[in-house]
Design a protein around this ligand. Structure first.
Ligand code: COA
Length: 332
């Protein structure tokens, strides 16, 4: 048996920064409301014709490869988490594999929204533990801003979601080495319509029509209040599950990196776990919620800022559309 360890992390966000004041010109909102209710001051949105999910993930992957000291040709497999692939089909893993010149290695897409990166990490972890692969590129990348209704009607989600890419290189190590201790995955499809993008769905005669476009069913729809209420409960459950499985106490966590959905959610979790500020990493203030890209971007930034050191106990947790939620506990 082997264990998997994160050997390097990288990220990329589009150059265009969108401030709350800029959003106030598009919809009835304000800098004060957005900061008070979400903690977000600015976010990055893609520029059409410049940024793609593929080229952003390529930049993030190259950074992760360099930091890991791993060459592209050493990678055995790609797991790509996104709900916003460049093409409706196939997924984005194959596009990245081609861009990085990774021969004919397998490329798998994971569509689990905000929990996508942790689902992807868990899949990669299993492949490494069974000995099937030695080095896996795990990616989370999204362009969400093109799915947003930037009118008053869509304002509760338009102010939150953003674009970007993050990547991690997972490598096989001996079981007595630091690495991923456990991953925990959950879902509850009952709540699918509380946060979803209905079209272009396949179960209709014509996937795209003028009528459908005008109905607004291509936009991301979110019942923010409902999502918030479930998120705070599930985050706590899944973090506790990871701690219990490995017989750790919450006080032993060196750094908690949660999916960045709303600063108030992160602050609630921090308070429940009684963790000091230095043990919690937040970047929602200037990154917004980049769905599957959030956790790898946050990990990469935390590492850059010297907030993650070898041997640290890191807890990752996410909640989002599906509903799906997940956690991972690891020794860096
Ligand atoms: N600007 C100004 N007012 C807004 C607004 C905006 N961008 N968005 C919503 N409002 C208004 C609402 O219309 C409502 O007005 P009303 O009282 O006149 O009806 C009021 O603000 C309160 O709305 P509510 O939805 O209760 O606000 P909230 O405090 O729950 O904040 C979210 C809304 C979306 C920020 C919050 O619910 C949230 O973050 N939810 C979880 C999001 C999440 O985790 N999503 C993704 C998981 S990946």
């Amino acid at each position: 048996m082997k264990k998997s360890r994160i050997l390097g992390v990288g990220h990329y966000v589009p150059e265009r920064t969108v401030t709350n004041d800029e959003l106030s010109q598009l919809m009835n909102t304000s800098n004060e409301w957005i900061i008070e209710r979400t903690g977000i001051e600015s976010r990055n949105w893609f520029t059409p014709g410049v940024d793609t999910v593929t080229n952003m993930s390529k930049k993030a992957s190259e950074m992760a490869l360099e930091r890991a000291g791993v060459k592209a040709e050493e990678i055995d497999f790609i797991v790509f988490a996104t709900i916003s692939p460049d093409y409706f089909m196939p997924g984005n893993g194959v596009l990245l594999q081609h861009e990085l010149g990774m021969g004919t290695i397998g490329a798998l897409d994971v569509r689990n929204a905000c929990s996508g990166f942790l689902y992807a990490l868990s899949v990669a972890d299993q492949f490494i533990k069974t000995g099937m692969y030695k080095k896996i590129l795990v990616v989370g990348a999204e362009i969400q801003s093109s799915a947003l209704d930037k009118s008053d009607e869509g304002r509760s989600s338009s102010v939150i979601f953003a674009d970007g890419a993050g990547a991690a290189i997972l490598g096989a190590v001996e079981t007595d080495q630091p690495g991923i201790l456990s991953t925990h995955l959950h879902a509850q499809g009952k709540y699918v319509e509380e946060l979803y993008c209905k079209d272009p769905g396949s179960s209709r005669e014509v996937r795209i029509s003028q009528e459908l476009v005008e109905s607004g069913s291509f936009f991301l729809k979110m019942n923010g209040n409902m999502v918030f209420k479930h998120a705070v409960v599930r985050f706590m459950e899944v973090i506790q599950e990871a701690l219990d499985t490995n017989r750790y106490d919450k006080s032993e966590i060196d750094l908690l990196v949660t999916h960045q959905a709303n600063l108030r959610i992160s602050q609630y979790i921090q308070k429940q776990l009684n963790l000091p500020d230095k043990k919690v990493f937040n970047n929602i203030m200037n990154k917004g919620n980049t769905t599957a890209a959030t956790i790898p971007i946050a990990l990469s930034e935390a590492w850059e800022q010297g907030k993650i050191k070898d041997g640290d106990l890191i807890c990752l947790a996410a909640f989002g559309a599906g509903f799906t939620w997940a956690s991972a506990l690891l020794r860096w």
